[in-house]
Design a protein around this ligand. Sequence first.
Ligand SMILES: [Zn+2]
Length: 357
Amino acid sequence: MRKIVLLLMLTLLVTSWTGLYAASAAIAPRQDGLELNKVRWANHTEAITGAATLRLVMDVSGPVKASGVVIDAPTPRLVVTVKGTTPGTDITDLSFDGKIVEKVSFDVSGKDTTVTFDLPLKVETGDYKVFTLPSDPKANRPYRVVVDINKPLGLPDFSFTAGLKDKVIVIDPGHGGSDPGAIGPARYQEKTVTLAVAKNVQDLLEEAGAKVIMTRQDDRDVFGPGATDVEELNARSSVGNNRKADIFLSIHADSFTNPAAGGTTTYYYQKTLYDSMLAQALQTSLIEAGDLQDRGARTANFYVIKRTQMPAALVELAFISNPKEEKLLSSPGFQQKMSLGIVRGLERFFDQAAKLN
Ligand SMILES: [Zn+2]
């Protein structure tokens, strides 16, 4: 980063004096440095509508400008820039319950403080406000920056009970029909292992009293042959959305150009309060079951986990591009182990989620 700034400065130096002045000012010690020296917050619930708002108030040592921008990917965030300030030494990151905000962190970017709000769901422009208040010496109030964030409306209020009995679970075996998915060095196909594991999981869940909806039962395309990717993925997420499922789970195998890459990963998109909890529970149980490299529960923008209304996860069982793991993926013993891992992960999730009620 420093190198780029220096290069830019050199360019400016030879091109214009105005540029040189601006660039020098950027690295000169700041004389007007204001400090963000205290942070307070409060939750407010509207008595009639029940609309909830989180208000964060930051005291600053002088008048400032502040603005916010919403970032969608990889996870929803509101980033507020407080111009010409640095966070005071007492300012630390804050954790919240995740109903409106999960975490607030403070950073320095150039001459400004950036305050990042990690959100459970993307907020629209009308759902947050960033504004400043002047100092009020009579009331002993300093200059302030205020951030209001509304709890997103229309968020289905999920609540879960423990156990698998009577749960409605959509299982989506990745790929199928005209789309083989990834193919291993010994020509084993991703669509074959995803269906085998999905069917095992279906049997185990039904034995435990859950209701299972499969996006496909055999080797075929879910939308139909010749569909576009979006049509195909939309057909899969609609299965869950139209049947009011509790959980949507997509099963895949990973692939990479380097055949040495291996391990198990679970992906989620945090659009309800439960997506990361679901992914973490599945990942923990899959590592216990399969004992492959733990690549963690990670966020991603994949269509099926983003467009499903209920908590969803996408598991990558192992790397089909890794000769050792391809062999495992094709073996019924390993398929059954991973299927059990998925079922235990779902059970773990419902037990944890029930405690949030
Ligand atoms: Zn896949």
